[in-house]
Unconditional design. Structure first.
Length: 267
């Protein structure tokens, strides 16, 4: 089996625009507020014990700023110098003519069109299916990355099964994540991860992406998770944690377990 962990954090933190409930999307790219910088700093401390192998970020300013992925890595005990790769597939949903306008305007547009938010698409904006396609494409890219890493390890005979201390991964909230995913009798499973990936993206994009995990890929959810929690937008710097298993390297049938969703205890 190929196993990797995925930590998704809701972009960098608060901006003046999202504080005032103004849609930013892709066209309006405000820098962080002072609160946003503090939130990103808190997220960095919260994730300081997680040994990441890869970091991907949206290429929008508010996610690229040094206070986001770079801040998280700067506080990390294991991977301060890890390269951050910026990817346009992780951008926020595009809201077209509604960008730069209050959220109430978007709701009014939807009402006038006889539709409901968030399924309504303003002129020039992205449909939910288009956002979902970006998320699907990026997730399949991550799965392929894990498969390639496994092949490289096999070719070099450098398997993580060696149990070397430097190859062990530490989880900030629970040591049961891998056991919950893999079943009993798999003690030490957390030491054989093929990758431990951090993704910095945006609230509406993340909600759509997680919806894809649940509706299309049958992601297993925590038993105490409510329907409203599942459909809500992550708070600024909220963290979601997933374990992904590819049996026999099968990219078409990933097994996904959600360890936590929109964790915000660090705020």
């Amino acid at each position: 089996s190929i196993i990797f962990c995925l930590f998704i954090i809701s972009f960098s933190g608060e901006t003046r625009y999202n504080k005032d409930k103004i849609l930013q999307g892709q066209g309006v790219d405000e820098p962080l507020s002072a609160t946003g910088f503090r939130q990103a700093d808190a997220a960095g401390s919260f994730l300081s014990n997680v040994k990441f192998t890869h970091v991907f970020s949206s290429d929008l300013l508010r996610a690229k700023q040094a206070s986001t992925a770079a801040t998280i890595l700067g506080k990390n005990k294991f991977c301060k110098d890890l390269e951050i790769k910026y990817d346009a597939r992780l951008r926020e949903r595009k809201y077209g003519v509604a960008e730069g306008r209050p959220l109430t305007d978007l709701k009014a547009m939807a009402k006038a069109a006889g539709e409901q938010c968030p399924s309504f698409t303003p002129s020039g904006g992205e449909t939910l299916d288009e956002v979902k396609e970006r998320g699907r494409d990026f997730f399949e890219f991550l799965c392929q990355l894990a498969v390639e890493l496994e092949k490289e390890e096999q070719d070099s005979a450098a398997s993580r099964n060696s149990g070397a201390p430097e190859e062990q991964f530490v989880f900030p909230w629970t040591n049961q994540c891998c056991e919950a995913e893999l079943g009993p009798g798999n003690t030490g499973a957390c030491t054989v991860l093929n990758a431990n990936i951090l993704v910095v993206s945006h609230g509406a994009y993340m909600r759509n992406w997680i919806g894809y995990f649940v509706s299309d890929l049958d992601c297993t959810l925590p038993t105490d998770l409510t329907k409203s929690q599942l459909s809500s937008v992550s708070p600024n710097t909220g963290v979601s944690h997933f374990v992904v298993k590819l049996e026999n390297g099968d990219l078409l049938k990933p097994e996904i377990t959600c360890v936590c969703l929109n964790q915000d205890s660090h705020l």
